[in-house]
Design a protein around this ligand. Structure first.
Ligand code: AMP
Length: 279
């Protein structure tokens, strides 16, 4: 596997080696786990050449402490990617990606204002900045994203629409630990006790799904709030049930629309997100 840090080198390689091949891009922030590797595998199945990027994008962090503590383990990541037979790892530094302060502002309408957009102001603007930048640098045919970051996928699709970008977005399922916890780089930051507790999140979401389908979304929300309030180590940012296609927040009665529940919850200091299709 080739490891590059400079845009010029990457573009020279892609031009020389990959001129007539389909390129798949897997953007990540590193501290890789099996969820990331599943995206690499899907890219390898669909593309001739797979480029993984590792870049902890400062512009998408609204919380400086979160950025500082974000796990970084480039050697281990490179070894995992080489084992997964990724073709190229691109790991630029911040100056390479943003030689000048980046100010571009996007408008994603309601989609950018709710859930993560509401609780992490500026987050999706930063996500759009890095995704647009990486798409311009790599010019991939396909880009692979995880449905664990469900709202992010919808933002990326909207970005592609607004940019008239030819990049095709492929969405991959969420990989989970044996107890159901969605794999996440942030899980490594949990204490053993918090990690055990975090396993309750998918469990509670599963029960809430049954409640939502039987008794309506209001009851499901009450249930989740009450379950999490019972342990002070949890702090709920939001639990919402939305239209799975538009992310419109559904309040009240059951719907015959495709529904998804989305959660953001602190376990200790660590903020975790997850989602579950209801029907
Ligand atoms: P991140 O490094 O957290 O920015 O994630 C990079 C990509 O991996 C994003 O498209 C995520 O949605 C995806 N991803 C993160 N966790 C998982 C998971 N548990 N299963 C599948 N994909 C994931």
């Amino acid at each position: 596997m080739l490891i590059l840090t400079k845009i010029a080198e990457l573009q020279r390689f892609l031009k020389e080696e990959a001129g007539r091949r389909t390129v798949g891009l897997v953007p990540t922030m590193g501290a890789l786990h099996e969820g990331h590797i599943s995206l690499i595998q899907t890219s390898r199945l669909n593309c001739d050449l797979t480029v993984c990027t590792i870049f902890v994008n400062p512009t998408q962090f609204n919380d400086l402490a979160d950025l500082k503590r974000y796990p970084r383990m480039p050697e281990k990541d490179a070894s995992l990617l080489a084992d997964a037979r990724c073709d190229l790892l691109f790991m630029p530094d911040v100056e390479e990606i943003y030689p000048a302060p980046v100010t571009k502002a996007y408008d994603f309408g309601q989609l950018g204002e709710i859930l993560e957009g509401k609780h992490r102001p500026g987050h999706f603007n930063g996500v759009a900045q890095i995704v647009q930048r990486l798409f311009e640098i790599v010019s991939p045919d396909y880009a692979f994203f995880g449905s664990k970051d469900y709202q992010q996928v919808m933002i990326v699709r909207e970005l592609v629409r607004q940019m008239n970008s030819p990049v095709r977005i492929i969405v991959c399922p969420t990989l989970r630990e044996p107890d159901g916890l969605a794999m996440s780089s942030r899980n490594a930051l949990l204490t053993q006790e918090e990690r055990r507790l975090a396993g309750r999140v998918p469990e509670i979401m599963g029960i809430a799904r049954t409640i939502a389908l039987a008794d309506g979304t209001g009851k499901a929300k009450q249930f989740v709030a009450a379950q999490l309030a019972a342990d002070p180590r949890f702090r709920l940012d939001y639990y919402e049930i939305c239209d799975a296609d538009t992310l419109e927040i559904l309040d009240g009665e059951e719907s015959d629309r495709r529904m998804i529940s989305l959660i953001a919850v602190f376990v200790g200091k660590i903020r975790l997100i997850d989602n579950l299709l209801l029907n």
